[in-house]
Design a protein. Structure first.
Lengths: 875, 101
């Protein structure tokens, strides 16, 4: 083999300057006996020789002094020059001869994975600047082109800008390239020898999925998640995900995208046996031992053989890294974050950024934070950062006494009056307005959807901003949502009066009095699903299909059966009205029911399996409300002068009516603004389809990891796939890392640890926040995704990471609910109060601390969850 | 003192105009349901128009002009502050995004 092209076996750990970090690492592993796919390294010297051959140095003069735009133009020029030039004859011969040797060694015609391998340690960070190209499925005729593309990745504007800020000489930077046989894996994955989120060294974490590993590494599938103990490699945790996509081992003729839909029978199937999991863990531990530190190991399995593809030190991204270097103090904006267990994707985050006002509100790593400095300036109180953060995070954490600042009070009053002058008209327009006043928004949404001249930003303007002066208030759903916050004022008043006049009334009296509002669209949606379940229950064939098949398979089967047409027709009508809903519906990247109705069928199936009776439940709640009203009336009559005038009762009724009105307005405006988000999503998906057809994007869903500016440049042709591929990959990786942690409540300050009341069994008690009063004891059932895990038995306690309308049917059968995030105002709290069940929210990691089958008691009055040991599984 | 009271009358005019403008917007907001909602609409407009006239009459000639100025000037204030202000706010946020690297 020529001097500039080396087999992996010829390279060792110390050869970074020749083979790059990746190449040196792989060479070391080959020498240590790890099962590495065969391959060779095109050295950094070869890159230097090629750059000399094309006289690159001339083009680098003055590069560091150029403006950003000029750098971009120069980089385009250099990359074009690299693509077009032929490598010097001997170098090309060496590479092709290495290929010939490999072909002989392996037999048959191999397909390669070609990867860039940076040579300098100080370029490590530059991987974020687009310097780590990897090309799969490379056939021998494309080999030289792909090696050149790896070299060209040194000349992306981001990489040049990075070197400029780091003071690295452009003329001294070269890139080695690793060429390896591409393993056509049936299963692939990543194993960490330490928990990458918690840092727990006693745990080995593996993520695995079908097909090639790119789908996991690039974050395009949710993989199966396994945790085994370091000691004894015994299984500690297993989460089998629905693996909707895979990157196949072979590309079919004419196949444009790498990502394919996983066959239905494989989606929820376990990708590893316990034996395989142990094998993978053992190899990862060997890598750790060899390199002397925790490793992040990429591996693949093909035809019963295990291959180690890469090993590198684990990067543990702690929560403390979020917001590092940020000026000022911030607290997470709970009313929004309670809808997410995951951060927003970059495109959705930008949409939020446009609607909300920076610097008052900022998206930091995908989560929405509020600036304490700006909020403090608006309030007339003397509050420390800690007090203000506690108060904003949870309304339960009010300071004992508010100290008014005399200097700020006049400004506050002027501000309040100006606020009345600007928002008062909206408040008055929505006062006592008929409940259906927002229904016209549906027509507006359809018009915007059908107007092809409107892009996502224009659609957002039309749907969420006040686009015409004489626009009906029902078309301004965001503002309606804002004005409906009056609900809390009325609820607060109701609580004050009720507790003053009837001190020992039941703890959920306020929420029960305000329940049963007519025209709440999310409640009607719930009834719609129940109606579908009734139709399905009456038809034995439909019932059989739904019960015997997974929801994803059921629709196709139902459509093929003539007896099921009534059900299918009703389902279509339901989706016409509610198809814009789905899981995590404020996230534009989330698919909606109209696109994939499996979650709806899952809920129908859930109703059929548990034989719940929502109508009976509704009747019981109505009866309880009537009984409560009678009780309040009787108690009030004992108070002076109540009997002749019934004044107190009239006050209570009036306030409860107003609370219901604003509560319905809040729910319905949310129903419609999710419709608005859906329309924007459709616009983005159309752009994605166009870009995929043009080859500028390769995988579905990637578009949400771009920013608006990049999307505009892709559309105009200024950027192509190669310009955005790395950016997307890096953002997906960061997204995955962030998704695995819960967001810090505050940034830029430390909050004191929650005060805890002494309790005999404190060690067995979890403390959250009360969202719905009452007490209940039963068996826990942890559900992470209602579309895949829906079989909650009647009376079980629902333990969930978050909830949204898709979870509502589970509340019908649950005895109580415990949720990781949320507040009194969150979906879980609202629905639990409506259904009269205790609910505790804001209990971080409860889905990990509580296991299915644990017997627990939920104290909704105090926000406590207690484990009742020794009775697990007994009922 | 008179100036102070005139300012108060002007602010009262602005305050009443908020409700009057909202009542007039009812024509736009309730157009979809005029057949059933017209009594509510007419009632709102009549009540707030009558309240405006009554207050103007009660305030007497000394403060009437200030009060009516408040009522009349509210509409342009509202248009500029809320409608155009909202558009500017959105444009500013978009520009901030454009400037972000």
């Amino acid at each position: 083999m020529g001097g500039e092209v080396l087999t992996l076996g010829q390279v060792r750990r110390g050869d970074v300057a020749v083979a790059g970090g990746k190449g040196a690492n792989l060479g070391e592993m080959v020498a240590a006996g790890f099962p590495i796919p065969p391959g060779f390294v095109v050295s950094a010297g070869a890159c230097a020789a090629f750059f000399r051959h094309i006289e690159l140095a001339e083009r680098l003069e003055g590069l560091s002094e150029l403006t950003d735009e000029a750098v971009k133009r120069r980089c385009d020029e250099i990359r074009r020059m690299i693509y077009q030039a032929e490598p010097p004859g001997p170098l090309a011969d060496d590479i092709m001869s290495a290929h010939a040797d490999l072909t002989r060694e392996m037999g048959g015609e191999p397909v390669y994975a070609v990867r860039s391998s940076a040579t300098a340690e100080d370029l490590g960070e530059a991987s974020f600047a687009g310097q780590h190209e990897t090309y799969y499925y490379v056939t021998p005729d494309k080999l030289l082109d792909m090696v050149k593309r790896c070299w060209a990745s040194l000349w992306s504007p981001e990489a040049v800008s990075y070197r400029r800020t780091q003071g690295i000489d452009h003329a001294e930077v070269f890139m080695a390239v690793v060429v390896q046989e591409m393993i056509r894996s049936e299963v692939s994955g990543v194993t960490f020898t330490v928990n990458p989120v918690s840092g727990d060294s006693g745990e080995i974490v593996t993520e695995s999925s079908w097909g090639m590993g790119a789908a996991i590494v690039d974050g395009r599938v949710t993989p199966d998640h396994w945790v085994v103990t370091r000691e004894g490699l015994s299984l500690k945790e297993k989460r089998i995900a629905e693996k909707k996509y895979l990157v196949p081992a072979r590309l079919e003729e004419g196949q444009k995208t790498r990502l394919l839909e996983t066959p239905l029978d494989l989606r929820k199937k376990e990708t590893l046996t316990l034996e395989q999991l142990r094998l993978v863990s053992q190899w990862a531990l060997k890598a750790e031992e060899h390199f002397g530190g925790p490793q992040d190991v990429e591996w693949a399995m093909a035809q019963g053989r295990f291959y180690l593809l890469q090993s590198r030190p684990v990067t543990i991204m702690g929560r403390e890294e979020i917001g590092r270097g940020l000026e000022g103090a911030y607290v997470i904006f709970k009313p929004i974050v309670e809808n997410f267990t995951e951060p927003l994707t970059p495109l959705t985050a930008e949409a939020f950024q446009v609607a909300f006002s920076p610097p008052l509100m900022r998206i930091i790593k995908g989560w929405l934070y509020v600036s304490l400095r700006h909020i403090r300036a608006m309030l007339p109180f003397k509050l420390t950062d800690e007090e203000l953060a506690q108060m904003l995070y949870s309304f339960d954490n009010q300071p004992e006494r508010f100290r008014v600042s005399p200097a700020k009070l006049p400004f506050f009053l002027i501000g309040l009056y100006l606020f009345y002058l600007t928002m008062g008209v909206f408040s008055a327009r929505t006062w006592n307005i008929p409940g259906d006043f927002m229904d016209g928004f549906r027509r507006l949404a359809r018009e915007v959807d059908e107007d092809d001249s409107l892009g996502p930003v224009e659609a957002m303007t039309k749907l969420f901003l006040w686009s015409r002066f004489f626009q009906p208030v029902g078309h301004q759903v965001m503002l309606v949502n804002f004005t409906s916050l009056r609900y809390f004022i009325w609820m607060g008043l109701l609580q004050k009066f009720l507790r003053a006049w009837t001190p020992d009334i039941r703890s959920d009296a306020e929420s029960l009095l305000c329940s049963g509002a007519e025209g709440v669209l999310s409640a009607e949606m719930g009834r719609g699903i129940w109606s579908l379940a009734k139709t399905a229950g009456k038809n034995p064939r439909v019932r059989e299909i739904l019960e015997a098949n997974k929801p994803e398979n059921a629709l196709a089967l139902l459509k093929a059966v003539p007896e099921a047409q009534e059900f299918v027709f009703e389902l279509d009508r339901f989706l016409e009205k509610n198809g814009h809903r789905g899981l995590k519906e404020l996230e534009m990247a989330s698919p909606r029911w109209a696109e994939s109705p499996a979650p709806v069928l899952g809920m129908v199936r859930n109703y059929l399996l548990v034989e719940a009776d929502p109508e009976g439940h509704e009747k019981a709640v109505n009866q309880a409300r009537r009984d409560l009203e009678a009780e309040i009336k009787t108690r009030l009559e004992k108070l002076p002068l109540e009997k002749p005038f019934r004044l107190r009762w009239r006050v209570v009724k009036f306030i409860a009516r107003q609370s219901k009105h604003f509560s319905r307005m809040r729910e319905n405006s949310r129903f419609y603004h999710t419709l608005g988000f859906y329309i924007i999503r459709r616009k983005v998906l159309r752009i994605e389809a166009e870009l995929m057809a043009q080859g500028r994007l390769k995988c579905k869903g990637d578009v949400f990891y771009l920013k608006k500016k990049e999307l505009d440049r892709l559309q105009s042709g200024e950027l192509g796939w190669l310009d955005v591929e790395d950016v997307i990959r890096e953002r997906r990786m960061e997204y995955i890392r962030l998704s695995k942690m819960s967001p810090p409540k505050v940034l830029g300050l430390k909050l004191p640890v929650k005060k805890s009341e002494p309790a005999e069994d404190e060690g067995e008690t979890l403390r959250g926040q009360s969202a719905s009063p009452g007490a209940y004891q039963g068996l826990a059932h942890v559900i992470l995704d209602p579309s895949t895990d829906i079989e909650l038995k009647p009376g079980e306690i629902l333990v969930a990471p978050y909830t949204d309308p898709a979870w509502t049917p589970l509340f019908l059968t649950a005895g109580a609910a415990v949720v990781e995030i949320g507040s009194y105002l969150s979906h879980a709290g609202t629905v639990a109060r409506e259904f009269g069940m205790p609910c505790v929210v804001d209990l971080p990691d409860c889905t990990k601390l509580i296991h299915t089958g644990d017997r627990i008691s939920v104290d909704g009055d105090h926000g406590l969850v207690r484990f009742i040991r020794g009775q697990e599984g007994e009922l | 003192m008179t100036i102070f009271l005139k300012i108060l009358a002007f602010l009262l005019g602005l305050t009443v105009a908020v409700q009057l403008v909202a009542a007039l917007f009812g024509i736009v907001d309730l157009r979809y349901a005029l057949a059933r909602a017209w009594p509510r609409l007419v009632r709102g407009i009549l009540i707030w128009s009558a309240a405006t006239v009554l207050l103007a009459w009660l305030l007497g000639p000394g403060y009437r002009l200030s009060f009516l100025l408040g009522v009349v000037l509210y509409l342009p204030f509202y248009y500029v502050c809320v409608y155009l202000g909202g558009k500017l706010f959105f444009r500013r946020n978009l520009n901030l995004l454009e400037r972000e690297k």
